[in-house]
Design a protein around this ligand. Structure first.
Ligand code: BTN
Length: 325
């Protein structure tokens, strides 16, 4: 699929004949492939009699050879998929086989992208970054403590370095600009966390998305925040080097070394919030995080700590604006 899209990616007109010659297929085979591409990716392709085909918008595709080269120094294998169910699901399958790890899986499109708490992650073709890194963990539980918060920190630093200065964190690992979601992190584990296991670090970043019908929460993208088209290859490469650096430091000193920095980038630090756990809600003020990344909340006169993947925070001023006077 990529070869035809790559030929069209400049947004200029290409005749059916030229495309057919370049791919070694007939003009009618080109037409059929284009129909199929439109149906599979949702990309709009214009056909104009006498001029040929062109894309409604130029496309910047993931560059497999460049990504492979850029990750050699880190010792990570790289897979680039046109379309996949979920890069996290593929990473979990790789973890079971246990070969070529660490491995990074990226895709142009996910058909069943997974979000936290069983939600769907909307993953349109060639617009955003769908990124999963699978690692083998041998040091037991300590190597996992605060890991998802650490990943959020690496994502925020990547976004800030790439022209999104307002990117910040929301406990445990949402990445927002203001109250709009820019990126999310989903960690999945397989094996025995107390012994040898594999962790999949899944990161979804809204990079060039401008419209999306199906996203069920307030969102934004790097493009909307920075005002320009962003190269997803550069985002992936910078995220990998930030992650590698943070992971190495985390292996040595745990999350504790990142606690202060994480709190400085926490957008809801000191805010009145409601902590939701299923149908249970608890009100408090965010104090920060502890040395393993658990949330510290002032509830009445007490400071209480909370952790767990099913928890989520809401700002009280939005839920109940009257109560703030
Ligand atoms: C969240 O709900 O905030 C987490 C979203 C994580 C989405 C990413 S996209 C790449 C990887 N593959 C998936 O299926 N999910 C994660």
């Amino acid at each position: 699929m990529h070869s035809l899209l790559r030929l069209l990616s400049d947004g200029a007109f290409h005749s059916g004949e030229d495309l057919g010659n370049a791919l070694g297929v007939s003009r009618s085979a080109v037409w059929k492939k284009l129909q199929q591409l439109q149906a599979e990716t949702g990309i709009e392709i214009h056909k104009v009699r006498g001029r040929g085909y062109r894309l409604a918008q130029p496309l910047h595709l993931l560059d497999r050879p460049w990504l492979v080269e850029r990750h050699k120094a880190l010792g990570w294998a790289v897979q680039v998929h046109d379309s996949i169910d979920s890069t996290n699901a593929e990473a979990m399958r790789l973890a079971v086989v246990g070969e070529h790890i660490p491995a990074l899986i990226v895709a142009e499109q996910q058909l069943a992208g997974r979000g936290r708490r069983g939600r769907r992650w909307v993953s349109p073709f060639a617009e955003n970054l769908y990124y999963s890194l699978v690692l083998r963990i041998e040091g037991g539980m300590r190597q996992l403590e605060g890991l998802s918060l650490l990943v959020g920190l690496a994502v925020v630093k990547t976004l800030r370095a790439m022209g999104v200065p307002n990117a910040g964190l929301k406990w445990p690992n949402d990445i927002l600009s203001g109250e709009r979601k820019l990126a999310g992190v989903l960690l999945e584990l397989t094996g025995d966390p107390a012994d040898v296991c594999h962790v999949v670090i899944g990161v979804g970043i809204n990079v060039n998305m401008r419209v999306a019908q199906d996203v069920d929460q307030a969102w934004t993208s790097m493009r909307l925040e920075s005002g320009g088209d962003v190269d997803r290859n550069q985002v992936a490469a910078l995220l990998s080097s930030e992650l590698a650096r943070h992971l190495a430091a985390h292996r040595q000193g745990g999350f504790e070394a990142f606690q202060d920095e994480w709190e400085r980038l926490h957008l809801w630090q000191g805010e009145e919030v409601t902590l939701l756990a299923g149908s249970t809600a608890l009100e408090g003020v965010v104090v920060g995080v502890d040395a393993v990344g658990a949330l510290r909340l002032r509830v009445g006169r007490e400071i209480r700590t909370f952790s767990g993947g099913e928890l989520s925070l809401r700002l009280r001023k939005r839920l109940d604006p009257e109560s703030r006077g």
